[in-house]
Design a protein. Structure first.
Length: 338
């Protein structure tokens, strides 16, 4: 039995000598003196040792265990010290050097424009509401006075999920949903993604829109002009010139397109404004009584106005961006400019 202890010690020392990593040393330590190790197994077999030799055998086992344990720990500590020294030599940190700046990114120009517009209208008492992007045909068209055979649907060719479910073409359905639940007076702003089957230098199948609605007693077209004039001057600057042109929208009557003097050429005429000196910004008008009837509002008592604009177009004009596709290319160099 004593010869077995000597052989075990010899093998353990040989393996420890060849171990090159802390993991290998730990594995050898477990192999020999772990709870299920080779030396532990010999100790458990002490019953097979003659009674006269048991004290000596037990003492030798315990001494060998302590000796091996010290050797294993010593080599582990030596490896840890060497590893630390290597790190200090190879990965020295010069605390006098400036730190590496962590780039946190920028907000997208469309997000910036949306936030600015919402803040301006919040100062007018408007609250922001949102709605589903997958919408029922009723809310997207019919409740807005656009029946199935109306030619205005051709201008808003969209993506159909089914005969009665579409990807919304504007955020106006949010206004219908809000009016169904809330009695006047109300002032709401509804931003979000919308979808139309357009794709070129100035259109994308998905874009962002923001629409506003104000309903109360005694609201006139003069209120509409006043609020939109203040808004555009706050957004583009106090020297902004604008005009209202008669137009047509199925859900407003009377309706008007709002133009601003070209921010590129100052009104002298350029490629951006088509040599006209003016840029179309948004559509607006007084809410058609038929829309009020669809939501149960008393059209004899209440009047209101609505307006809508594209966030990408506002961002393009504000920041001088020439191609709408830049918004969706995920080029970090583009975002860093804002």
């Amino acid at each position: 039995m004593i010869s077995e202890l000597q052989k075990l010690e010899k093998n353990a020392l040989a393996e420890l000598e060849t171990a090159e990593t802390e993991e290998q040393i730990s594995n050898i330590k477990t192999k020999y003196i772990g709870r299920k190790g080779l030396l532990t197994a010999l100790l458990r077999n002490i019953a097979q040792v003659p009674d006269a030799e048991k004290p000596v055998y037990g003492k030798l086992c315990n001494e060998l265990k302590e000796r091996l344990n010290d050797l294993f720990d010593e080599k582990l500590q030596k490896h840890a010290a060497n590893r630390k020294q290597n790190l200090l030599l190879k990965e020295k940190i010069d605390v006098t050097l400036p730190g590496n700046a962590v780039w946190c990114g920028r907000e997208h120009p469309v997000v910036l424009v949306r936030q600015e517009i919402c803040e301006i209208f919040a100062s007018f008492g408007f609250s922001v509401v949102e709605g589903p992007e997958v919408e029922l045909d009723y809310y997207n068209f019919e409740a807005l006075n656009i029946p199935k055979d109306h030619p205005a649907r051709d201008m808003q060719d969209t993506f159909y999920i089914s005969d009665n479910v579409v990807l919304r073409t504007h955020t106006s359905p949010v206004q219908i949903r809000v009016m169904e639940k809330i009695a006047p007076p109300l002032r709401i702003l509804s931003p979000g993604k919308v979808y139309r089957r357009d794709s070129d230098i100035s259109h994308t199948p998905m874009f962002h829109q923001i629409e506003g609605l104000l309903v109360d007693e005694g609201i006139s077209f003069g209120d509409l002009k006043g609020i939109l004039t203040i808004f555009l001057k706050k957004f583009f600057g106090e020297n902004t010139f604008l005009r209202f042109r008669p137009s047509f929208f199925p859900f407003t009557e009377p309706s008007a397109e709002v133009d601003i003097r070209c921010v590129i050429c100052g009104g002298s005429g350029c490629r951006v404004c088509g040599q006209s000196g003016w840029l179309e910004i948004l559509g607006s008008g007084m809410v058609d009584p038929a829309v009020f009837e669809n939501v149960g509002y008393n059209a004899e008592k209440y009047t209101g106005f609505a307006f809508g604009l594209g966030l990408e177009r506002m961002a393009m004009l504000k920041y001088g961006i020439s191609d709408i596709r830049l918004f969706f290319e995920n080029d970090i160099r583009f975002i860093r400019q804002f």
